[in-house]
Design a protein around this ligand. Structure first.
Ligand code: PMP
Length: 394
């Protein structure tokens, strides 16, 4: 059976994580892995999560199945959080997925049923899993221009020009906020233009929302989702609770579909359940239940929002500190973009050999496309990191 197979390559991030773990140097710096880290380098369990877990432990009476579409309270709370009153709820259907990836998987399976093999436009670059996920689902991925490596900002004119050429048979995958891997995002005015373009061409938006609250706040980060929801007749959103609730391994995600009307929504909802049943039958509950408990309880919710704000502010502070340290040492403004980007990542735009040298000579680890996780910047060694980056690119 297996003779027809060849060895598959692992996502480069897992290789890098292993190399970092094996590196004996005490001054090594991990800017690679894509999880939030506190100042001690730990990915913490949020205090609201601990309290919600204690409550669940206390009150739970059964582990019986929850249902194909998962934890309804969780899904409803996520729709409130993401869409607020931007769309009539009779047009919205949801299903819980195992993580944001699972939510995205349900949605793209459904899209491939609706339009087998349809073209999906993906930002260049994008989260490395987007492309293979589309291929595995049977869809046809293609890139739209996004990041300008010279300015380290979004090449919005090129992006919009491509979006304007699309039609009703095309799907566009958009990062709702905190673009991964670049950290470069659209302004609200630019989202308005994207919404107008999609409304005009009829291209179908699929929003990946994996970092709500990591950029400029829960409201600001929901702008794209709400703007599109109020501008186009149909769309989908894949929400992840991995980063903003720190629930990575618990796999809490929500697939949201918005249809033209209630009858259309019923069909889409039934198709989501059908896809889930044949894929993994039911999602895991624990992470979703934690999020439901937090979002439905005003005190726990306030505690979560405060902790999320702290994490966001810490990342912003580290961005500003690194950009300032580089400016001070070099007298140049080349790296100011780090402070202008938002979310957990920035794409530095370095050549592969520079990234390799930073790793081997200085113990500074980043993804080989030069994406850094700003949460990994050591606050007490920002100057050292700045001088490594400057020396490597000199
Ligand atoms: N989309 C993007 C852009 C991401 O960065 C991630 C997490 N790395 C996900 C989706 C999926 O996250 P998860 O499945 O862990 O919830």
């Amino acid at each position: 059976m297996f003779e027809t197979l060849h060895k598959a390559t692992l996502d480069k991030i897992f290789v890098l994580m292993a190399e970092y773990a094996a590196d004996p140097r005490s001054e090594k710096i991990d800017l690679g892995v894509g999880v939030y880290k506190d100042e001690t380098g730990n990915t913490p369990i949020m205090s609201a999560v601990r309290k919600a877990e204690a409550r669940i432990h206390e009150n739970a009476r059964t582990k019986t199945y929850v249902g194909v579409s998962g934890n309804r309270g969780f899904c409803n709370a996520i729709v409130d959080l993401v869409l607020a009153d931007s769309v009539d709820r009779s047009r919205v259907r949801t299903a819980q997925g195992p993580g944001g990836t699972g939510a995205l998987w349900i949605l793209i399976q459904l899209l491939n049923r609706a339009k087998p093999g349809a073209r999906v436009m993906i930002s260049d670059p994008s989260w490395p899993n987007h492309w293979p996920m589309m291929e595995l689902a049977g869809l046809t991925p293609e890139h739209y221009p996004y990041f300008d490596p010279k300015t380290r900002a979004v090449d919005f004119d090129a992006m919009l020009a491509t979006l304007d050429t699309l039609g009703p048979d095309d799907i566009v995958l958009l990062h709702a906020c905190c673009h991964n891997p670049t950290g470069a995002n659209l302004t609200e005015a630019q989202w308005d233009q994207v919404a107008a373009s999609l409304a005009r061409t009829g291209a179908f938006p699929l929003l990946d929302l994996a970092y709500l609250g990591f950029g400029d706040g829960l409201e600001a980060d929901a702008y794209a989702a709400r703007k599109l929801a109020s501008s186009v007749p149909e769309m989908m959103i894949a929400f992840s609770g991995s980063k903003n609730f720190g629930l990575y391994r618990e796999r809490a995600g929500c697939a949201i579909a918005i249809a033209r009307d209630e009858a259309g929504a019923d069909i889409v909802g039934s198709q989501m359940s059908n896809v889930i049943r044949a894929s993994f039958s039911q999602p895991p509950d624990h992470g979703a239940e934690i999020i439901r408990v937090i979002l439905e309880d005003p005190a726990l919710r306030a505690e979560w929002e405060a902790e999320l704000a702290q994490m966001r502010e810490r990342m912003k502070r580290l961005r500003v500190k690194l950009a300032e340290a580089i400016r001070k040492q070099s007298n140049a403004t080349d790296y100011d973009f780090i402070a202008e980007h938002s979310g957990m990542f920035s794409l530095l735009g370095l050549e592969r050999d520079v990234v390799e040298r930073l790793k081997t000579e200085d113990g500074v680890y980043m993804i080989n496309d030069s994406r850094i996780n700003v949460a990994g910047i050591p606050e007490d060694r920002v100057d050292a990191l700045a001088s490594h980056l400057l020396a490597a690119t000199r």
